[in-house]
Design a protein around this ligand. Structure first.
Ligand code: FPP
Length: 262
């Protein structure tokens, strides 16, 4: 049986920019690990930051297309807590790229009803990046077409650890009894408690790791690996990943008979 998860929505009838047919099911939340920028640049004897710059073009495409298709939340892994260890010029280049992106794309977000949200340890970001993120979050906060969630200075373990500390402080203050902690309550202490877990995780460049991304939230996500390097990620490749997802059989630990009887 093909994917029939009720969290995912039926594809809209709108015409799409792709020549590939519309997928039958559109995930409500798509998360993407945008990998392969460095290799894309290396193949062309270019500095790594050129790979990231070209990766930003794929970001624009995927944001526009996800919005058109009716995806409700799109989470992009833009910079991990581990990425701070990269050479200074690459980190600096990425931070400048984020500034350019946040300055140039605000109009596109506003025109398309897209709300920008950031998740991660934003305190480590240069002031300019953090201020632009906050400004764009504020300017788009009432838009409900789609959430564009940028994971920046983000680590899944760090997010879980912050949640543990939050709950531990409440226990210490006598506000929470440890025996009453549930999965739902724990999830409420994560960065964006109102955002449902991703149904689909796409990772590009043929890598098959989760790399400290959304460790709690990806528990039951379908993972689709694309062989394409992120700067070469096209609408058609995005559609191919969505088609693979639409054909997946999601059982959430239950038997097929249990799923079929609902
Ligand atoms: C991983 O590729 C990618 C990153 C660490 C950065 C992702 C950033 C962008 C796509 C830039 C634009 C983003 C926004 C939100 C404007 P890698 O460098 O690890 O690739 P490699 O494995 O080939 O070295």
């Amino acid at each position: 049986m093909a994917n029939s998860d009720s969290d995912a929505t039926v594809a809209p009838l709108r015409s799409a920019s792709s020549t590939t047919p519309l997928p039958a099911v559109i995930p409500r939340h798509v998360a993407i690990i945008m990998d392969g920028n460095g290799r894309w640049a290396k193949k062309r004897f270019l500095p790594r930051v050129e790979g990231h710059r070209n990766g930003a073009k794929s970001v624009r495409m995927v944001v526009e297309e996800a919005r058109r298709l009716g995806v409700r939340h799109l989470t992009l892994f833009a910079f991990s807590t581990e990425n701070w260890q990269r050479p200074q010029d690459e980190v600096g280049g990425l931070m400048r790229l984020f500034v350019n992106y946040l300055e140039s794309e605000l109009d596109l977000l506003l025109r398309n009803g897209i709300r920008l949200r950031a998740m991660g340890d934003l305190s480590r970001l240069p002031d300019g990046v953090r201020e632009l993120l906050t400004r764009n979050e504020e300017k788009t906060k009432d838009l409900s077409g789609m959430d564009l969630i940028l994971a920046v200075s983000y680590g899944g373990r760090d997010e879980v650890l912050q949640a543990v500390k939050k709950i531990a402080r409440k226990i210490k203050a006598g506000e929470v009894d440890p025996e009453t902690i549930t999965e739902q309550m724990f999830a409420q202490s994560l960065y964006l408690p109102d955002v449902p877990d991703p149904e689909l995780l796409i990772r590009t460049s043929d890598e098959t790791r989760i790399s400290n991304f959304l460790l709690w939230q990806l528990a039951y996500s379908e993972i689709v690996v694309s062989p394409v390097l992120w700067p070469d990620f096209t609408i058609d490749e995005f559609y191919r990943c969505l088609h693979v997802f639409a054909g997946r059989n999601r059982r959430f630990g239950k038997t097929q008979e249990q799923i079929d009887s609902v």
